[in-house]
Write a protein that binds this ligand. Structure first.
Ligand SMILES: [Fe+2]
Ligand SMILES: [Fe+2]
Length: 135
């Protein structure tokens, strides 16, 4: 597995950028754990990542609701798809302990999705929220 740190554009809300930075730091640590083949570390980081991802998504969704952001359902649907994928790969990991499968999801599927999601959905959403005075 080769790890390339996703490149995430800055969006208009500093709080969203901070969460994205934290998530990148978690991905760095996960890449390290996969590299070292440390199952216990992968387990712990996977839990930490799942908790962080939920806070990341819920934070954006709460702001969009407060701002009555019209495309909220579209943005939320993208989050929902990733929530479901993560639940599936976590379940598969628990059953199979297939680290290559899990690493592929993180460093191919998820990172690719994150780059495009931040550049599109998050970018547009943050611009709207900033205009509405929501931080
Ligand atoms: Fe985001
Ligand atoms: Fe988002």
């Amino acid at each position: 597995m080769s790890y390339r740190r996703p490149r995430l554009p800055e969006v208009a809300l500093p709080a969203m950028n901070r969460v994205h930075e934290e998530e990148l730091a978690l991905l760095d640590r996960l890449a390290q754990a996969f590299e070292e083949g440390e199952e216990a570390a992968i387990d712990a980081l996977l839990e930490e990542f799942a908790t962080h991802l939920e806070a990341h998504f819920a934070g954006e969704e709460g702001r969009m609701e407060r701002a009555a952001f019209p495309p909220y359902p579209v943005h939320r649907a993208e989050h929902e798809r990733i929530r479901e994928e993560l639940a599936q790969v976590r379940a598969r990991w628990r059953e199979t302990r297939d680290a290559a499968m899990l690493a592929r999801w993180f460093f191919e599927d998820y990172t690719r999705w994150l780059e495009s999601h931040v550049a599109t959905m998050d970018h547009v959403t943050a611009a709207y929220l900033a205009m509405q005075g929501i931080d």
